[in-house]
Design a protein around this ligand. Structure first.
Ligand code: 5GP
Ligand code: MG
Length: 184
């Protein structure tokens, strides 16, 4: 038992469940992407663990890039304005982009990124998200590949943080309410 487990109210997806789901997603994506020379773009920091697992589950010839964005707002919800804090390092003209994201929530981040990559000349932009929280969507955007559809709860682990912590939990769970005390 690690020192962070005591902060978890409940586990939504175990390490084993996540691995099994990613295995299946990888096979589905392989079928769709094998002739597309895809460029996988991971959204930092939340998707870094998912990225490592999904590219190995999907054995296509591909390259990888990382983009970092920040959205203004408090720790558990975003306000809408998205800013790129680290951009990809190559020309993407004519490329088939697959954005790898941890969670699709309001849709602000992925709506912005999809436009951004299309403007830069991508041939296509598809979206692969480990988690989808459709109940909170404010932008008309759907993912092409979804790991799990989650209820309207703030989740941590497997890359997802609360105040930059808990990213290294191997499972996805919900924090105990007392952990949030202090946030407005
Ligand atoms: P969106 O732009 O779709 O509202 O949100 C995307 C980002 O908000 C995600 O990449 C993630 O960083 C953060 N986010 C949204 N919901 C959750 C959640 O339940 N837990 C955590 N840790 N982050 C979330
Ligand atoms: Mg994120």
């Amino acid at each position: 038992m690690g020192m962070m487990d005591q902060d978890i109210l409940k586990v939504l997806y175990t390490e084993k469940q996540i691995a099994a789901r990613i295995e299946a997603m990888g096979m589905e994506m392989y079928g769709a992407l094998k002739d597309k020379d895809p460029l996988f773009v991971s959204v930092l920091r939340g998707a870094f663990i998912f990225m490592a697992d999904i590219v190995r589950a999907c054995q296509v010839r591909c390259d990888v890039e990382f983009i970092a964005v920040s959205s203004y707002g408090n720790a558990t919800s975003s306000s809408g304005a998205v800013k790129i804090t680290h951009d990809i390092q190559q020309d993407i003209t004519g490329r088939n982009i697959v954005v790898i994201e941890d969670i699709l929530d309001s849709g602000n981040t992925l709506h912005f990124l999809k436009q951004y990559f299309m403007t830069k000349g991508a041939a296509s932009v598809s979206i692969c998200t480990l988690l989808d929280k459709p109940s909170r969507r404010t932008k008309a955007i759907t993912a092409d590949y979804i790991g799990f559809t989650v209820p309207d709860e703030f989740v941590v682990g497997y890359g997802l943080d609360y105040c930059q912590k808990y990213r290294n939990l191997p499972y996805i769970g919900v924090l105990k309410p007392e952990v949030y005390s202090g946030e407005e």
